[in-house]
Write a protein that binds this ligand. Sequence first.
Ligand SMILES: [Zn+2]
Ligand SMILES: [Zn+2]
Length: 268
Amino acid sequence: MLKFISFGSGSSGNCYYLGTATDALMIDIGIGLRTLKKHCRDYGISLSDVKHVLITHDHADHIKSVGSFSHDYTLPVYATPKVHAGIDHNYCITRKVADDMKMMLTVGEEVQIGEFLVRPFMVPHDASENVGYEIHVEGVNFVIITDVGCITDDIKEAISHADYLVIEANHDVEMLANGPYPAYLKQRIQSESGHLSNDSCGRALAENMTERLKHVWLCHLSEENNHPELARKTVESILRSYGIIPGKDMELEVLRRTMPTGMYELSI
Ligand SMILES: [Zn+2]
Ligand SMILES: [Zn+2]
C-alpha cells in the first residue's frame, strides 16, 4: 500500500514522504533533520528505508537540510540542473549536496526512480527554477504543485491526471491586501512568479480536476495572510459552484504548517 505523510508545509519548512512497502522517497527537505528523525520515529518509518529525494526548487524552506540528509543516509538528490546550481549558491545551506549524489532531471521528461515513475513539469515561481511532480506508482498518480505564481497549461494538465493532489493555497487575497506585509512583498506574492491564492487554487481545481481525483491537500498556507478554515471554505465554495461536493465527490484537506499529518494510505 502506498503511504503519504506531510511533515511540514509552508514557509517554515516543507517535507513530504511517499512510500511503498519496499521503496520510499521524500519530496523537499525543508525541515531540520532532528525534527524529521523524530517524526519518522513516531510513525515507525526508518529513514534508512528512504532511497531517493526529489526537490521542487531552491528556496530555503524546501532545501534547508537536503545536504545533511543526503550525506547522512547516502541518498541521491533529484532536481533540475538549475535547481542544483541554486542549492550550491544558497548561503542558507551550510552542507551542500555532494556532486556524486546530484541526479539531474529534465523538465517534461519521465524517469524511473526505483518503483516511482516521475515526471517533473515547470511551475512558475521566483526560484532558480521550480517544478511540480507527477509520480506514478502502484497504479496511483500522485501530483504535487507547490509555490505556484500562476496556473499554466502544464499545471492544468497535471491536475487533470491526478488521483491524489497536493496543491498550494497560499493566501487570501483580501488578507494579503490588508495585512502587515510591505508593498514590495505583497507585489511579489501576487505576481505570476509568486504564490497561489485560495481563489486561484479553487478555480484551477474546479476547472481541471477529473472524476479520478480522490483527495486534495491544500499546502503552503501563509501564516499571516491565510487561515486553514478560510482556505478550505474558499476552495470548497468554488468547487460547489461547479457542482463538485468535497466530502462526497472527493476529499479536501488543509495541510498544517508545522504539524505532521497522519499517514494516508493511497489506493486506486
Ligand atoms: Zn516555499
Ligand atoms: Zn518558494
